[in-house]
Design a protein around this ligand. Structure first.
Ligand code: NAD
Length: 291
C-alpha cells in the first residue's frame, strides 16, 4: 500500500479518497473546505494542513477539482514539492488545452502525469464503481492504474495526455444530444397519441434504442427507476452537463470540428440551467422541451 495525496474532497473526491483509505492506502487529504477535511478524516484519511504538506513523500498525487483553473493553480503550487518518483493523477473534468499544458510542465520537472476523468456520479464515487478514461504515456498509465482500480470498476487507457479528457467530453456531448433527442421523441410520440410505455416497449428494442432511453428514461414510470421517478432530483446535475457541453464546444472550436448537434444541446442546456434548473437532473430538460 502507498502514501497517496488527495486534493479536492468534494462530492466526488470525498468518496474516492475514502475508498483509497479503505483499501489500506495512507491517504493525506487536503481541501480548502474544513467540513470536507473533517469528513475525510472520519472516512479514514489523514487531513493535511496544506496541499504542500499533503504531497510530501507521496507516491501518487490525485486531484479532483472543479475546473482547469483550479488544477493549474494547484499543480503550479505543488509540482516543486512532489517527489520525482511520484505519479500525478488528475481526475477532474477539465479542458484538453489545460491538461496538455500542466502535463508538459510536470514533464519539464521530470514528473509523469495522467488525466483520468471519470464516468459515473457521486453514487459511483462512493461505491468505488467509477470508470476512468486515462490519457498519458504507457508507463504513466501503468503506474496510475492500480490507484484508479481501487476507486473504480474500469480503467481504460485512451491515449496520450489529453486523450482521457477528449474521451470524456465526446462521450458527454453524445449523451447530452442523445438525451435531448430521446425527450423529443417521447414528447412527439405523446402528441401523436402514443402511450409512453408502448413507445418505450417498441423503441427500446428497435434502432432508436440508446442508454438515455433504456437506462435513464426521462419519462416517470417508464423503464427502470431513474431520477425522473424522483422528481428529477439526484443523478447527474444539468449544470454539470452544461459544463461538459461547453468544454466540448471549446474543444471543437480549437480542433476545427463541426458539431451542430452538440452545439444545439449546449444551447438547450444553457436555457434549462438559466431557468434555475442547474441542480436538477439533466433528464429533467424534458419538462422544458414539453412546454
Ligand atoms: P465539488 O465542487 O463538490 O468539489 C470540489 C472540491 O475541490 C471542493 O471541496 C473544493 O473546496 C475543492 N477545492 C477547490 N479548489 C481547491 C484548492 N485550490 N485546493 C484544495 N481544494 C480545492 O465538485 P465535484 O462534484 O466533486 O466534482 C469534481 C470534478 O469531478 C469536477 O471537475 C466535475 O466536473 C467532475 N465530475 C463530477 C461529477 C458529479 O456527478 N459531481 C461526475 C463526473 C465528473
Amino acid at each position: 500500500m502507498a502514501r497517496v495525496a488527495f486534493i479536492g474532497l468534494g462530492n466526488m473526491g470525498g468518496g474516492m479518497a475514502a475508498n483509497l483509505a479503505k483499501k489500506g492506502h495512507d491517504v493525506r487529504a487536503f481541501d480548502l473546505s474544513a467540513d470536507a477535511l473533517t469528513r475525510a478524516e472520519a472516512a479514514g484519511c489523514l487531513p493535511a494542513e496544506s496541499g504542500q504538506a499533503a504531497v510530501e513523500g507521496a507516491e501518487a498525487v490525485i486531484t479532483m477539482l472543479p475546473a482547469g483553473s483550479h488544477v493549474e493553480a494547484v499543480y503550479d503550487d505543488l509540482v516543486g514539492r512532489v517527489a520525482a518518483t511520484a505519479i500525478l493523477i488528475d481526475c477532474s473534468t477539465i479542458d484538453v488545452d489545460t491538461v496538455k499544458r500542466v502535463a508538459e510542465r510536470a514533464r519539464e520537472r521530470g514528473l509523469q502525469a495522467v488525466d483520468a476523468p471519470v464516468s459515473g456520479g457521486i453514487a459511483a464515487a462512493n461505491a468505488g464503481t467509477l470508470t476512468f478514461m486515462v490519457g498519458g504515456s504507457d508507463e504513466a498509465f501503468e503506474r496510475a492504474e492500480s490507484y484508479l482500480a481501487d476507486m473504480g470498476k474500469a480503467v481504460i487507457h485512451a491515449g496520450g495526455n489529453g486523450a482521457g479528457q477528449a474521451a470524456k467530453i465526446c462521450n458527454n456531448m453524445l449523451l447530452g444530444a442523445e438525451m435531448v433527442a430521446t425527450c423529443e421523441a417521447f414528447l412527439l410520440a405523446q402528441k401523436l397519441g402514443l402511450d409512453p410505455q408502448r413507445f418505450y416497449d417498441i423503441a427500446s428494442v428497435s434502432s432508436g434504442q440508446s442508454w438515455s432511453m433504456t437506462s435513464y428514461c426521462p419519462v416517470p414510470g417508464v423503464g427502470p427507476e431513474t431520477p425522473a421517478d424522483r422528481g428529477y432530483q439526484g443523478g447527474f446535475a444539468a449544470a454539470l452537463m452544461l459544463k461538459d457541453l461547453r468544454l466540448a464546444m471549446e474543444a471543437a472550436k480549437s480542433a476545427g470540428a463541426d458539431t451542430p448537434m452538440g452545439a444545439r444541446a449546449a444551447e438547450l442546456y444553457e436555457r434549462y440551467v438559466e431557468a434555475g434548473e442547474g441542480g436538477s437532473d439533466f433528464s429533467g430538460i424534458i419538462r422544458m422541451l414539453g412546454r
